[in-house]
Design a protein around this ligand. Structure first.
Ligand SMILES: [Zn+2]
Length: 70
């Protein structure tokens, strides 16, 4: 019984530790979350984002001009 509890706790701690020690290499200008080493990133001019359409679209919509074409 004690061993079972220990295993459950161990998994929980492992997950937290693994997340906290991943090296942050940049910050995404789309979602503002850190970009960890090993993640796919995307550079546009001097801006770094996750290589994720949601991040890229967020950045473009925030920094571009949206209008109804005439
Ligand atoms: Zn992002």
């Amino acid at each position: 019984m004690q061993l079972e509890n220990g295993m459950v706790l161990g998994r929980g701690y492992y997950g937290v530790r693994e997340h906290n020690t991943a090296k942050v290499v940049a910050r995404c200008e789309g979602c503002y979350r850190p970009i960890f080493k090993g993640e796919e990133a995307f550079d546009f001019e001097d801006v770094t984002m996750h290589d994720d359409i949601e991040c890229i679209a967020s950045y473009m919509r925030r920094n571009g001009s949206r209008y109804i074409a005439e």
